[in-house]
Unconditional design. Structure first.
Ligand code: CP
Length: 361
């Protein structure tokens, strides 16, 4: 059974193939209009969403399939205390594939190990949002005609922005990518991303708090929202919420063929009059989300009888406790605490659900 929990679950070849299928769907949608006839997608959304849920649903309907599901936890039996594992077992009786969004990190992974149908992570807290990454990659490919040899600026909330972390991870596979990290000091890209991804893979990157000075060299600008819901201190959010506002004046120094992306929703970080600028790609990006999700649903349903080949893992069961308050283990007491050993010499382990780091002494 294949699932998509993290963008790392896909090889570079698989990502490139998904992009090619999405391009074929765009070119000839009629060819795909009945390919999922008789199949059902269950959208299990325990957290708000506009684009991800509705683009998944539109994707399945345009493939000729049907959709069931819920859009808030309060209308499911989660409100009565049902676990994610039990929910996944039940939905496996009713549908052919699941797309799940959940505020707790690792919840879709728990669903995947308890499900007999493919599970797609549609966003788990601040952890992963792999279908947004596929959407971003398709958009960059359609705008630029390539995924290599690009200078890409990420601006805004680089600390909590899960879409930024996933996209940097995905871009690290392509040649000659230069990353420009534009954020206030308080919202810098987390250390583990800088040391374990950018430094380890030898990716070229610079950090700056100044959007104006960075704009001129960018091929792609990936704007992000300052995420109020991830702040523990509301005063800190108030202080940082207007850090960056992209307007037409600032864009005067940008390249004529700059592509401006944003995973959306936006608050005020891109002025509305930028929408008419030909460099604004964020609404096309949302449309691309439907096409790439069509390609993904098709692929996972085709591979439903394939068994995933997992490398032998070095696991620690029951010895360490995950301390991340946003991990699914923090609210589902029955879950066993399991850690993957990533560096035995230094005792570095990561929770298998939320990937929080712990050192085993
Ligand atoms: N980009 C994104 O995930 O949007 P929604 O929260 O509306 O799904």
């Amino acid at each position: 059974m294949r699932h998509l929990i993290d963008i790392q679950d896909l090889s570079t070849q698989e990502i490139d193939e998904l992009i090619q299928v999405a391009l074929d769907i765009i070119a000839d949608p009629a060819k795909y209009s009945e390919v999922c006839k008789g199949k059902k997608l269950a959208t299990l959304f325990f957290e708000p969403s506009t684009r991800t849920r509705l683009s998944f649903e539109a994707a399945m309907l345009e493939l000729g399939g049907n959709v069931i599901g819920f859009s808030e936890a309060s209308s499911s039996s989660a409100a009565k205390g049902e676990s994610v594992a039990d929910t996944a077992k039940i939905i496996s009786c009713y549908a052919d594939i699941i797309a799940m969004r959940h505020p707790k990190e690792g919840a879709p992974y728990v669903a995947s190990i308890n499900s007999t149908i493919p599970v797609i992570n549609a966003g788990d807290g601040g952890h992963c949002h792999p279908t947004q990454t596929l959407t971003d990659l398709l958009t960059i490919y359609r705008e630029k005609g390539r995924l290599d040899n690009l200078t890409i600026g990420f601006c805004g909330d680089l600390k909590y922005g899960r879409t930024v972390h996933s996209l940097i991870n995905a871009l690290s596979r392509y040649a000659n990518i230069k990353i420009v990290l534009i954020s206030p000091e308080e919202l810098r890209l987390p250390g583990y991303m800088r040391y374990e991804v950018l430094d380890k893979l030898g990716m070229e990157y610079v950090e700056t708090p100044n959007l104006e000075s960075a704009l001129g060299e960018l091929d792609v600008l990936y704007m992000t929202r300052i995420q109020r819901e991830r702040f523990t201190d509301p005063a800190e959010y108030e202080r940082l919420k207007n850090s960056y506002v992209l307007d037409l004046e600032k864009l005067e120094s940008a390249k004529k063929d700059l592509s401006i992306l944003h995973p959306l929703p936006r608050v005020n970080e891109i002025r509305v009059n930028v929408d008419k600028d030909p460099r604004a790609c964020y609404f096309t990006q949302a449309l691309n989300g439907k096409y790439i999700r069509m390609a993904l649903i098709l692929r996972l349903l085709e591979e439903v009888n394939k068994t995933s080949v997992h490398e032998e893992e070095d696991l620690i069961v029951g010895e360490l406790q995950c301390e991340n308050p946003k991990c699914i283990t923090s609210c589902e007491q029955e879950l066993e605490h399991v850690f993957r050993v990533v560096d035995r010499e230094h005792g570095i382990c990561r929770c298998i659900y939320c990937e929080s780091k712990q050192i085993k002494k």
